[in-house]
Design a protein around this ligand. Sequence first.
Ligand code: ADP
Length: 354
Amino acid sequence: MTSRQTHPQQNSADLSQETDLAIDAQNVTVTYEDGTEAVRGVSLSIEKGEFFGFLGPNGAGKTTTIKSLVTLLHPTEGSVRINGYDTATEPEKVRRSIGYMAQETSIDRELTPRENLQLACRLYGVPVDQREDRIEALLDLVDLQDVADTRSEKFSGGMKKRLDAASVLVHRPPVVFLDEPTTGLDPEARLRLWNYFEQINEKGTTVFLTTQYLEEADQLCDRLSLLQDGQIIATGSPETLKSEFGMDIFQITIENTVEERIERAVQAVRRIDTFNEPTIRTTEDGFIVRSARAREATSDLFAALDDAGVSVSDFDIRSPTLDDVFLALTDGSSDTTSRADTGMASLSAQEVST
Ligand code: ADP
């Protein structure tokens, strides 16, 4: 396995541990008929009750992976167990034990929210005597009680997504897969959905969420994997990933920006010993230095720029965000295999620009 794991790995041969896993995927590889290698050796061990994020840019392979997990696609190689059931040999049991919210909403726009949920109850085989209570509870949970009997065709994108999220949960699945559930929504609609996902997770539901939004993963997830070009390049809690990255970010804007001046500044910064192998990236109007010792080097930095005849018009020093972690891991090279094996610290050294 090529991913960098910061969570203890479960041994899939150990049955006592395996029962704790909601999702156990080993070496999943998906090659489409046209030869596209969309997913390359993805392994995931996700415990019951976890809120797990699967993060990556467009085209990274998130949807392909999720489709393999929910039995919509047979992996070319590898194996998947969901709630202990094998997706290849027990797909029906897997389907009964999961909820899947695809990118495209599956609600019937001609129907009201209550009718949509009634339909979902029938499809998922919810016992008749439990349907009414369950529908009322879900309408409350997704905040659609006021419009429960209004046809959904004129609903906003956020309302449709909330209804869709409710309808994949009518059978109270222990594991829910959410494929970019908030893409295209405004911030308020996004927050309402986050609230809902947090509530179901607090009640014990395992959540597997794919997203392009680092902020979303940071806010919601216990752990996450970063995916690029079909491979996991890092796994850990948001806090662990940020602290392992262990760097501060120094952003400098310089006066009278011209390329030659930025280059002179970068050369001056590179000569400062205190930084100890910084990563330097030029921007339109200055540069960014990433270093474990950015704060200690502040006065040396200003002195060096002064000596080089470069005036600073603005500067900012901050802790890394998940964006920085992702950028650090994905910049500068297209060879993700070597990156995955290298680890974050040495990656940063490889990345130095110019
Ligand atoms: P994401 O969900 O991260 O945006 P996808 O899983 O949709 O990524 O796509 C991963 C890669 O697989 C992309 O290069 C995409 O173009 C390709 N791909 C997706 N679906 C198909 C398909 N049905 N046939 C061929 N290539 C596909």
